[in-house]
Write a protein that binds this ligand. Structure first.
Ligand code: HEC
Length: 120
């Protein structure tokens, strides 16, 4: 019995170590400490708030949008997840925000959020 649980533990730590190596985000980016997942609330909302919603928000209208297409908003989970794929393309290409590209770490977080299936 002791032997079996030791073997299980050894295999478990081995697979955990391998999993870590394969995950390109695990080394440099702190994930949500509770779940190990890049969630909208913990990581993505702060990025979008800082870099996107000055133009892309449901509350920003007319000239204040600075040309940001109406309906392409990032001020709620619903809006952000509906526009996530095109947002990610623009972000990874460095085309949004228009002023300057996001940091590599923020780009990786947005990509990780998509890869994880847009968890809220
Ligand atoms: C200074 C205002 C401004 C900010 C800040 C800004 N955008 Fe934009 N965005 C625009 C304008 C103007 C366009 C339309 C021109 C274009 O497509 O390049 C646009 C277009 C887009 C589009 C294409 C929409 C479509 O369907 O045509 C996406 C996606 C987008 N922005 C995402 C973002 C994201 C994500 C951020 C933050 C990382 C961001 N934008 C920050 C002004 C802004």
């Amino acid at each position: 019995m002791k032997r079996v649980s030791f073997l299980f533990l050894a295999l478990w730590s081995l697979s955990a170590a391998c999993g870590e190596k394969q995950d390109p985000y695990s080394r440099s980016i702190p994930l949500d400490s509770g779940t190990g997942v890049v969630t909208y609330t913990a990581f993505i909302e702060p990025i979008l708030s800082q870099y996107c919603v000055s133009c892309h928000a449901s509350t920003v209208e007319g000239a204040a949008r600075a040309g940001a297409p109406v309906g392409v908003d990032f001020d709620s989970y619903q809006a952000a997840s509906a526009n996530a794929e095109s947002a990610n393309s623009y972000i990874q290409a460095g085309a949004m925000p228009p002023s300057a590209p996001l940091s590599d770490e923020d780009k990786a977080l947005v990509q990780a959020w998509l890869d994880a299936g847009l968890p809220e």
